[in-house]
Design a binder for this molecule. Structure first.
Ligand code: HOZ
Length: 421
């Protein structure tokens, strides 16, 4: 079965042929390939083509694909039953492992996706504060819950749509949106509204990679504290990825609530929301804020998450950061040799790429970057066996399986592709 034949079947039965919009390649053109298997840094498609993968399940596969320890642990867990809808030892151990690594998290609830975690964060913040308004930043993406599908990054940025059909004006009436890194706009929003929570990606990684300006996160912390609002860090991408304790450890900020996904599930569907016991205890059955899920704390996902976290010690992050730095430096060299204006940035173990003359600090600037050139870069690399994100509004992920040799090969290919852009 060729990829083309599979795509025809997919299009007949799945809207747009994909189960998540960015995968459709709309932003870069062309047709997606279908993954048959993956190992380490490499994907293999159904026609046997091999790609060095810098998407890594959008950051989830931090150890590389099919990590032997995770595979073995999940196989063992599956043999003992795939879902119980009842408490297990592994979910207690994963909750403890999260709290051990992230000091702001005293209690945690496991869910199945980042969207669910963000949805719970919004409800919990409102329930705990008795207020309704949520402040979010343009270009930040927190999953596809109605209240936050406004000026969202990721797939909405890719498709160039400001919000989603089907979201009522009422659903977003309590969402206040301001530009990322814009302290005066945050200040004005606090003066105008009684804010329940500020929801932020501490390193924005769904509008391309955009770093927080110096003092921005500190300002959010102090403004929230002063106003009695909750500061919620969306660490779905940065959690357990940029440092043992995530972006909050890297920047030395203590949020009231954090949401996690991707790495924490070891590549299986698992996400989490955590924070101080005082806030978390508003959740049912202790408190009045309802939240539930049959697959929450699923035994396969908790086993995979534990197996992933167990391998992510401080040395792993040093290694990942060095790999990201090698890639960033190499790409910068490739683009500058070709005389292209490019911003290749690094935040811990994350790398970002904008074809833009100036550093990108917010969504408006991210939209002004040359996304046509990104699409040409994407296809030039893909044709030569290297898979970057199929949209200029996403982030580049290295895994522990990306050896220096693999990265150097990527740089050599990028050097050639840069001359064609
Ligand atoms: N929202 C994800 C990127 N930030 C894409 C998810 C997917 O297509 O798998």
């Amino acid at each position: 079965m060729t990829d083309d034949a599979l795509l025809a079947r997919a299009n007949a039965r799945i809207p747009g042929g994909v189960n998540s919009p960015v995968r459709a390649f709309n932003a870069v053109g062309g047709a997606p390939f279908f993954v048959a298997s993956a190992k380490g840094a490499e994907l293999v498609d159904t026609e046997g083509r091999r790609y060095v993968d810098y998407v890594q399940s959008w950051g989830a596969s931090i150890l590389g694909h099919a990590d032997p320890h995770i595979v073995e642990t999940v196989q063992r867990a599956a043999a003992a039953g795939t879902s119980f809808g009842a408490p297990t030892r592994a979910e207690v151990e994963l909750a403890e492992a999260i709290c051990d690594r992230v000091p702001s998290v005293e209690k945690v609830r496991l869910v199945s996706s980042g969207t669910e975690a963000a949805m719970t964060a919004v409800r919990l913040a409102r329930g705990a504060t008795g207020r309704t308004k949520i402040l979010k930043f343009a270009g930040c993406y927190h999953g596809h819950l109605d209240a936050l599908l406004v000026a969202a990054g990721s797939g909405l940025a890719t498709l160039g749509i400001p919000g989603s059909a089907g979201v009522t004006p009422g659903a977003v009436a309590d969402t206040v949106v301001v530009p990322y890194n814009d302290i005066p706009a945050v200040d004005a929003a606090f003066l105008e509204h009684d804010i329940a929570a500020v929801l932020v990606e501490p390193i924005a990684a769904n509008m391309g990679l955009v770093l927080p300006a110096t003092g921005f996160l500190d300002y959010l912390r102090s403004r929230c504290t002063g106003a009695g609002a909750l500061l919620v860090f969306d660490e779905v991408i940065t959690g357990f990825r940029v440092a043992v304790g995530g972006a909050q450890e890297q920047f030395g900020i203590t949020p009231d609530l954090s949401i996690f996904g991707k790495v924490v599930g070891g590549g299986l569907p698992l996400a989490a929301i955590g924070g101080s016991a005082a806030v978390m205890d508003h959740l049912a059955p202790l408190g009045p804020v309802y939240q539930a899920g049959t697959l929450s704390g699923n035994p396969l996902a908790t086993a995979a998450g534990l197996a992933a976290l167990a391998q992510l010690d401080a040395a792993a992050y040093v290694s990942l950061e060095a790999k990201a730095a090698r890639l960033v430096e190499g790409l910068l060299g490739a683009f500058s040799a070709a005389g292209l204006a490019a911003q290749v940035t690094q935040a811990g173990t994350l790398a970002g790429l904008f074809f833009a003359p100036e550093p990108v600090t917010n969504y408006a600037a991210a939209q002004e970057a040359d996304h046509g050139r990104y699409a040409r870069f994407f296809h030039g690399m893909l044709d030569r066996g290297v898979y970057f994100a199929p949209s200029g509004y996403e982030t580049t992920f290295v895994s522990l399986a990306h050896s220096d040799e693999i990265i150097d090969d990527t740089i050599a290919i990028a050097t050639e592709v840069a001359t064609t852009l």
